[in-house]
Design a binder for this molecule. Structure first.
Ligand code: F6R
Length: 620
C-alpha cells in the first residue's frame, strides 16, 4: 500500500526520494509524488501512474533541495489522479504532508474545517489532516510569543483528534533543517545518517545509506533536525528515548540479482530461505527442535483449549496447512480464521486460547486488529512473521520469525514456504512434548524436513518444462486446482497465485468436493491442476482424476516421481521428489508458483506488481 520516503540532510534529496519510491513500488500503488524545499519554498510534483511517469513528468524541472518527501499512493479516498496524489498542502501552502493509512473521522473533521473557511481540492482524507494541523498551528501561533516548535506541538495536538491509522511525514516551508514524522497503525522507520535523516515505510529505501534505524511506535511523533539528535514524543506529549537498532538486511537482498523479476528470484531463493528458517532450530545431534520465541510459552500452549490461527491471503493458506499438521501430529485442536472476519464476529475467546497470527509483512491491518482483540480477551498471542520489528511482532507475546529475507514480488512465494516450514517445526515440537508421534517417525520427519531445500533445487530444474505447459494453457479463461488433505490448501494457494498475477479466474477445491458443484464447469477447454502425490489419499485422488477425465477436462497433475497410474491419465505431469505427506506442501507448491509465473509472463502481465494489489495491506 502507500509508500513513504523522506530525507533531510545535505545531499540532493531528489535522487534519494526517487530511488526510495522505486524500492517501495512492490507495495502496490497507482500514483506518485514528491515535495522538495527549494529557495525556501515547497515545490510539489505529482502524477498518476508509476514512478517512471513521475520522473518523465518532472523532466528537467528544478529538483535541487536537500530536504524532501516522496509518496506512492494506493487509492482509498478518491480515484488515482494527480490531484488526489500526495503530497498534500495546507491552505496557505506552508505545510506539506505525505500519509499512509486511513483517517476514519475525516468527514467530521472536514465539515468542521470547512465551517472555518478551509477549502479542499482533493477527495482524500490526507488533505484533511494537513489542514487540521494548519488550523491548530494557526491558533497556537495567535497565542504564542515564539514560533519555537510550534509545528511539532500542532502535529501532536491535531493527532489527538484523529481516529484511524497513519504514518505521516511533514515539511514546513522555509525550514530546510527538519522534518516531522508520526505513526499509528501504519509502519514507519527512521534511518540515522551523519547529520542526516531518512524516513520510509520500510527499511528498503534506507539500507543503502545507513544501518542505524529507529522503528517508531504507535502514537509517537518524531522531530528530525539534521543538526540535532532525534526527538520523539508521544501524542500525550511525553518525551520518549528512541531505541536505535542495527539493520541486518543487505542491499543485494532487495535487488533482482540477475533475474527478470523479483517473483522468479524469490521462487528460486526458496531452498536458501528454508535453510535460513531451519538454521539453529534443530539440534543436529538430538533432532530436538528449539524455537526461542516460543519456548517460554510451551506449557501454556500444551494446556490450551485450542489454537486459533488468524491470517489473510497466502498466510491464511499456510495457516490451513498448520491446522492439518498440528492436529495430526500434536493432537491439539486448531481453528483457522480470516483475520478480517474474526475481528468482527464477536469471537468466543478465553485465557485458555492461544492465538497465532501469521503475516509476511507483520503489518496487515486486519491481522493486527484481530490480534489486539485476542490480546484484550486474555488469549496468549504469538506471531509467525517475516519482517523483523514489524507491528505484529511487537504486539505479540512471542513467536517465530520465518527469516525468508525481503519479499518484494507482490505474490507471496518464499514467505509461504517458510511459514509452512515454521508451522511444521511447531507441530513437530508440540508432538515431541506431547509424545503423540513415535520417536522413529519423528526422526524420519526431521530428516525429511532437512532434505527439503535440496529437493526444491531438483524441482526447480523443471522450470523449462513448466514453461512449456504454460504455453499450452496461457489463453485459458478458467482454471481449477484440486488437492486433498494437507495439499488442499496448496490447491487454494496455487489458484490464488494464478489469479493474482495472470488475472485468469481460478479456484481451489478439495478434490472430492468437486462433484458437489465445480464439476459443472468442466469441459474440454478447462485446465484442471491436480495434486496427486503418492503418500496423500492417492487412490481417492485417482478416482477424482477419473471423474475429470470422463468429462474431457485437461489435466495437469503434480505427481510423485516414478508415478505411472496418474501419468497414464493426465495430459501433463510434473514430478515432485518422493517425500512424506506432512512435508509435501513444501514441494507441491513450487511447480504451481512457476506455472503461474510463466502464464502471467505469456499474458504480458506485470508479474511483480499486479494491478490493484498491494504487498502490505495496511488498511482494512
Ligand atoms: C498473495 C499475498 C497476499 C498476502 C496477504 C497477507 O500472494 O501476498 O494474499 O498473503 O495480503 O499479507 P501478510 O502475510 O503480509 O499479512
Amino acid at each position: 500500500m502507500c509508500g513513504i520516503v523522506a530525507y533531510v540532510g545535505s545531499r540532493r534529496a531528489y535522487p534519494i526520494l526517487i530511488k526510495g519510491l522505486q524500492r517501495l513500488e512492490y507495495r502496490g500503488y497507482d500514483s506518485a509524488g514528491i515535495g522538495l524545499i527549494e529557495n525556501n519554498k515547497i515545490v510539489t510534483y505529482k502524477k498518476d501512474g508509476k514512478v517512471n511517469d513521475l520522473i518523465s513528468f518532472i523532466g528537467d524541472s528544478s529538483t535541487d533541495g536537500t530536504i524532501g518527501i516522496g509518496h506512492t499512493r494506493w487509492a482509498t479516498h478518491g480515484p488515482p489522479n494527480q490531484i488526489n496524489s500526495h503530497p498534500h498542502s495546507s491552505s496557505n501552502g506552508k505545510f506539506s504532508l505525505i500519509h499512509n493509512g486511513i483517517i476514519e473521522n475525516y468527514l467530521t473533521l472536514k465539515i468542521a474545517l470547512e465551517k472555518k473557511g478551509h477549502v479542499f481540492i482533493s477527495d482524500t482524507d490526507s488533505e484533511v489532516l494537513i489542514h487540521l494541523i494548519e488550523d491548530v498551528y494557526n491558533s497556537l501561533e495567535k497565542k504564542s510569543s515564539s514560533n519555537n516548535d510550534l509545528l511539532y506541538q500542532a502535529i501532536i495536538i491535531a493527532l489527538n483528534e484523529v481516529i484511524g491509522a497513519y504514518a505521516i511525514v511533514i515539511l514546513e516551508q522555509g525550514n530546510t533543517q527538519e522534518i516531522f514524522a508520526a505513526r499509528k497503525g501504519s509502519p514507519l522507520v527512521i534511518g540515522i545518517g551523519n547529520e542526516e535523516y531518512f524516513v520510509a515505510s520500510d527499511a528498503s529505501p534506507i539500507i543503502e545509506f545507513t544501518n542505524k534505524v529507529i522503528y517508531l511506535n504507535d502514537g509517537e511523533v518524531a522531530k528530525l533536525n539534521k543538526n540535532e539528535d532525534v526527538i520523539v514524543k508521544t501524542i500525550e506529549n511525553k518525551i520518549k528515548s528512541p531505541y536505535v537498532q542495527e539493520l541486518e538486511q543487505t542491499l543485494e537482498s532487495i535487488e533482482k540479482g540477475g533475474y527478470d523479476h523479483f517473483m522468479l528470484k524469490e521462487i528460486f531463493e526458496q531452498p536458501k530461505s528454508i535453510i535460513d528458517t531451519l538454521r539453529g532450530r534443530i539440534n543436529p545431534k538430538t533432532n530436538d527442535i528449539i524455537l526461542g520465541g516460543i519456548i517460554d510459552h510451551e506449557s501454556r500452549i500444551l494446556s490450551a483449549d485450542r489454537i486459533i490461527i488468524i491470517a489473510c491471503g497466502t498466510s491464511w493458506h499456510s495457516g490451513l496447512i498448520g491446522e492439518y499438521l498440528i492436529e495430526d501430529l500434536a493432537r491439539i485442536n486448531v481453528e483457522v480464521e480470516y483475520a478480517s472476519e474474526f475481528r468482527y464476529k464477536n469471537p468466543i475467546l478465553t485465557k485458555k486460547d492461544v492465538v497465532i497470527a501469521i503475516s509476511q509483512s507483520g503489518e496487515t491491518a486486519d491481522t493486527l486488529a484481530a490480534l489486539e482483540l485476542a490480546k484484550e480477551k486474555g488469549a496468549l498471542t504469538l506471531g509467525i512473521c517475516n519482517v523483523v520489528g514489524s507491528s505484529i511482532t511487537r504486539t505479540t507475546s512471542g513467536g517465530t520469525y520465518t527469516h525468508a529475507g525481503p519479499e518484494i514480488g507482490v505474490a507471496s512465494t518464499k514467505a509461504f514456504t517458510t511459514q509452512v516450514t515454521v508451522l511444521t517445526l511447531i507441530a513437530l515440537r508440540l508432538s515431541q512434548l506431547k509424545s503423540t508421534v513415535e520417536r522413529n517417525n519423528y526422526d524420519f520427519l526431521i530428516k525429511e524436513l532437512r532434505l527439503v531445500p535440496q529437493k526444491i533445487e531438483k524441482l526447480l530444474l523443471q522450470n523449462d518444462m513448466i514453461k512449456e505447459i504454460a504455453l499450452k494453457f496461457y489463453k485459458a479463461t478458467n482454471f481449477l486446482y484440486l488437492g486433498r488433505g494437507v495439499n488442499f490448501p496448496v490447491a487454494l494457494e496455487g489458484a490464488l497465485k494464478l489469479k493474482e498475477i495472470s488475472y485468469i479466474h481460478a479456484e481451489g477445491y478439495p478434490a472430492a468436493e468437486m462433484k458437489h458443484g465445480p464439476i459443472a464447469l468442466i469441459d474440454d477447454e478447462m485446465p484442471i491442476v491436480v495434486i496427486a502425490n503418492r503418500k496423500d489419499n492417492y487412490e481417492k485422488v485417482v478416482s477424482n482424476i477419473q471423474e475429470v477425465k470422463a468429462r474431457g477436462g485437461k489435466l495437469i497433475a503434480i505427481v510423485t516421481e516414478g508415478d505411472q497410474e496418474v501419468k497414464s491419465l493426465a495430459d501433463y505431469c510434473i514430478e515432485i521428489p518422493k517425500c512424506f505427506r506432512e512435508i509435501s506442501p513444501l514441494l507441491t507448491i513450487i511447480p504451481l508458483q512457476l506455472l503461474s509465473y510463466h502464464i502471467a509472463l505469456l499474458r504480458e502481465c506485470n508479474v511483480d506488481q499486479p494491478r490493484n494489489l498491494a504487498k502490505s495491506v495496511t488498511v482494512e
